[in-house]
Ligand binder design. Structure first.
Ligand SMILES: *Cc1c(COP(=O)(O)O)cnc(C)c1O
Length: 384
């Protein structure tokens, strides 16, 4: 059976994987080595130095390419290192049209690191395709999309944006961290680059910081590989192994994240003390129809605003949670709660934050895979 014929759940386990050549190890060994013996100068077996390539990292990169329906995967030291490589494709004077409601660290990288190299970023709402198009000009080189967005859970029409990108011949990159390829595969909609913080759902166990890119086009893959090797923010062998192991249960974990997410979104929506719930699976979510069209299910990320709450009330609720851990990050097996205004999004100025809905009382949940009755009981005691 050819690899291309495999369905998604089989790809998470077998995609791009072969038993190790040396002893037939079923899991790729952790090749904890920086260098490789050569028989004559340049006479090596495909690996010469571990920044340029490492067999454990290659195994992860092949798995990533397979699950994202791409041809080439690249694994980096972190999600931000992967993004950094994408922006390094650009030149001074180039412009980027980016989602406004995006991961705080992404905003910081664009704004505080790359703007001083002469790259201009437009942060805009991406609900309306003609509004996106009005920001594309002859200098635009890249559209950067995050969907569902963080933490407002807006859903952006990937097919529509890909069509715009093709029409204006600009690259389209999609941060697929929240959705994972279990829920949506942007390359299938026409995106050029998929990016992941594999720290989150792909790794899935909150034990590693890793980033990834996947592309289809050989030329683009070569350019990104050049940057990966030249800049050097590569994923190490141990971390590659951990993410590979995580990916093997991605589909099972995501299934439960989605089930638990649904139950908690319903619980919060019916709670008299809750003002607003943001989860794309709710019928009154403004982008529910697009979410249904492009996602397999709706995920385990939920944001909500308690009624009449201030900054301190919201902080109190997250502090009262016992089973949900108050922590940055998301996508692990354990449930986490966060307060974006003081945590993940603290690096975005308050006015900028509130424009996209990240108010002081907003609470974000990464719903884990515990028994959902226990999670609801915990929310219940913390809210009341
Ligand atoms: C965490 C995260 C990042 C950054 O990834 P790191 O692995 O922390 O560098 C980027 N985008 C999204 C959506 C994230 O959640």
């Amino acid at each position: 059976m050819s690899e291309k014929d495999l369905r998604f759940n089989s790809k998470t386990i077998h995609g791009g994987q072969q038993p190790d050549k040396a002893y037939g190890a079923v899991m790729p060994p952790i090749y904890q080595t920086s260098t490789y013996a050569q028989t004559t100068p340049g006479g090596h077996q495909g690996f010469e130095y571990s920044r340029s390539g490492n067999p454990t990292r290659t195994a992860l990169e092949n798995s990533l390419a397979s699950i994202e329906s791409g041809s080439y995967g690249l694994a980096f030291a972190s999600g931000l290192a992967a993004m950094d490589a994408v922006i390094k494709l650009l030149e001074p004077g180039d412009e980027v049209v980016s989602t406004n409601d995006l991961y705080g660290g992404s905003y910081r990288l664009f704004k505080q690191v790359f703007e001083k190299y002469g790259i201009k970023f437009h942060f805009i709402g991406m609900q309306d395709l003609s509004f996106i198009e009005s920001h594309i000009n002859e200098k635009t080189a890249l559209i950067w999309v995050e969907t569902p967005t963080n933490p407002m859970m807006n859903v952006i029409d990937l097919k529509g944006v890909a069509h715009l990108a093709k029409k204006h011949q600009v690259l389209l990159a999609v941060d697929n961290t929240f959705a994972t390829p279990y829920l949506q595969r942007p390359l299938e909609f026409g995106a050029d680059i998929v990016m992941h913080s594999a720290t989150k759902y792909l790794g899935g166990h909150s034990d590693v910081v890793v980033g990834a890119l996947v592309v289809k086009d050989k030329d683009l893959a070569d350019k990104l590989y050049f940057i990966q090797n030249a800049s050097g923010a590569v994923c190490g062998p141990m971390d590659s192994f951990l993410v590979l192991r995580g990916i093997k249960t991605l589909h099972l974990r995501m299934q439960r994240h989605c089930e638990n997410g649904k139950a908690i979104a319903a619980y919060l929506s019916n709670h008299p003390k809750i003002e607003k719930v943001y989860w794309p699976g709710l019928e009154d979510h403004p982008n529910h129809q697009i979410a249904k069209d492009q996602m397999k299910d709706f995920g385990g990320m939920i944001s909500f605003v308690p009624k009449g709450s201030s900054f301190t009330d919201a902080v109190k609720i997250v502090e009262n949670l016992k089973l949900f851990t108050l922590a940055e990050s998301l996508g692990g097996v354990e449930s986490l709660a966060g307060h974006p205004a003081s945590m993940t999004h603290a690096s975005i100025p308050k006015e900028e934050r509130e424009k996209s809905g990240v108010v002081d009382a907003l609470i974000r949940l990464s719903v884990g895979i515990e028994d959902v009755e226990d999670l609801i009981a915990d929310l219940d005691q913390a809210i009341s």
